[in-house]
Design a binder for this molecule. Structure first.
Ligand code: FAD
Length: 383
């Protein structure tokens, strides 16, 4: 089949790698002039690692990724441990695959290497998709067109392919703003190689190491903030404003924030309601194009990769494209809608003011041992 993939992010490249393996003629349309991604971190949980292993990329992932030893939830003011989920061998035995933290550009390069037999059309922004009884046609911003047997919209939260299916609707600003920064490991030599989530009033901070030899500590600091809703990965943030925001938090996190320099970026967090239908004719969607979510389960990219694997399998095993797209959507829509909802619910739970609700939340965490902590993720991480 001649397949057009719109968008060369994590979802589009994963789909491309699977479809090439199945012998399809894959054309990737990307609005940027080259492949690239922001220099931030990303957590790849065992369900995402499983997909990369299916593509034969586990050795490469081991080369670029960091394996955290555990996930620790801490209190904001005194750094007290509220909950510990062991990772390492315990998690790998339970879920069949390890947990990785990676530097996003490294993951994009890994996926690009698996997709290099596709035809890449860079600086090719899609304006519209014409969907009728015949093959779908992509219309580019420059007026050119491209006819395919199947179009896959992997063009992110502002998907033009989605607009062609459902009309253009605004995203939903969640009154939350994230700051991200990378701190060289040499500046924070005592910080252990684990994922830490510090919960506090109106905010939380997630930190973990990324890059070869764990060379950066990736920080994501999320605050309630209804006043600034610009969604851009490259909007500079003010390190001093960031330090002021968390000035009353624990000494260990303040020491880390002291090393944040000008390379701090901020962006407002948006999502959308779950979509009731992902496909029409021979056009479908995957990843943030159909289920954008706030990042509080660290699942957006992992779910995009799961979509890609499921879509390729349905196309491989079912006799018509129509049946394949119906089965794909049937399999994926309920799971991703659940994760969209739970991700946003975590923001409320993570950001409670100190008081009775926070005490109940914290005792739920402190009363839950390692087995219970791991068990909470079985539905998400296991095959
Ligand atoms: C703060 C933060 C932390 C996160 N942490 C995690 C995490 O730890 N783990 C995790 O799994 N997920 C995480 N996510 C979510 C994850 O980043 C996204 O869900 C994921 O990148 C979505 O991938 P995608 O391929 O669907 O879309 P995108 O990555 O948005 O890729 C879309 C691509 O399409 C291109 N494009 C857009 N429009 C057009 C057009 N009209 N024509 C042609 N090309 C176009 C874009 O240039 C881009 O290359 C996080 C998100 C945020 C904001």
């Amino acid at each position: 089949m001649r397949i057009a993939v719109v968008g060369a992010g994590i979802g589009g490249l994963t789909a491309t790698a699977f479809l090439l393996r199945d012998g399809h003629d894959v054309h990737v349309f990307e609005s940027a002039s080259s492949l690239g991604d922001v220099g931030a971190g990303i957590q790849v949980s065992p369900n995402g690692v499983r997909i990369l292993d299916d593509l034969g990329a586990l050795d490469d992932l081991n080369r670029i990724g960091v394996r955290p030893s555990r996930i620790v939830i801490r209190r904001w003011d005194d750094d007290r441990e509220l909950n510990v989920m062991p990772l390492g061998e315990t998690a790998e035995e339970r879920w069949g695959h390890p947990y990785f933290n990676v530097y996003r550009p490294d993951l994009i390069s890994l996926l690009a290497a698996l997709s290099d037999e596709a035809t890449f059309h860079y600086a090719s922004k899609i304006r519209d998709v014409v969907i009728d009884d015949r093959e779908p046609t992509l219309i580019l911003e420059n007026g050119e067109s491209f006819v395919a047997d199947l179009v896959i919209g992997a063009d992110g939260i502002h998907s033009r392919v989605r607009d062609s299916l459902h009309g253009r609707l605004p995203t939903r600003f969640r009154n939350l703003v994230a700051h991200r920064a990378l701190v060289p490991r040499a500046d924070v030599p005592d910080v252990p190689v684990e994922v830490t989530n510090r919960l506090g009033p109106g905010g939380h901070i997630v930190s973990y190491f990324v890059g070869k030899d764990a060379r950066f500590l990736n920080l994501v600091c999320i605050s309630d903030d209804p006043d600034w809703d610009v969604e851009s990965w490259n909007e500079p943030g003010d390190p001093d404003a960031l330090r002021n925001r968390y000035a009353t938090w624990s000494p260990p996190i303040r020491r880390i924030l002291d090393h944040v320099d000008r390379g701090v970026f901020r962006w407002a967090l948006h999502d959308r309601e779950p979509l009731s239908s992902w496909s029409h004719g021979a056009v479908t969607l995957l990843g943030d194009a159909c289920h954008p979510m706030v990042p509080f389960m660290a699942q957006g990219a992992c779910q995009a990769m799961e979509d890609a694997a499921a879509l390729a399998r349905c196309l491989r095993t079912l006799e018509s494209t129509t049946l394949a797209l119906t089965e794909y959507e049937h399999e994926r829509q309920p799971r991703t809608a659940t994760i969209q909802g739970r991700s946003f619910a975590n923001a409320t739970m993570f950001h409670l003011d100190d008081g009775p609700e926070q005490v109940t939340r914290d005792s739920m965490f402190t009363n839950s041992d390692a087995e219970a902590a791991l068990g909470r993720f079985n539905w998400l991480y296991r095959p």
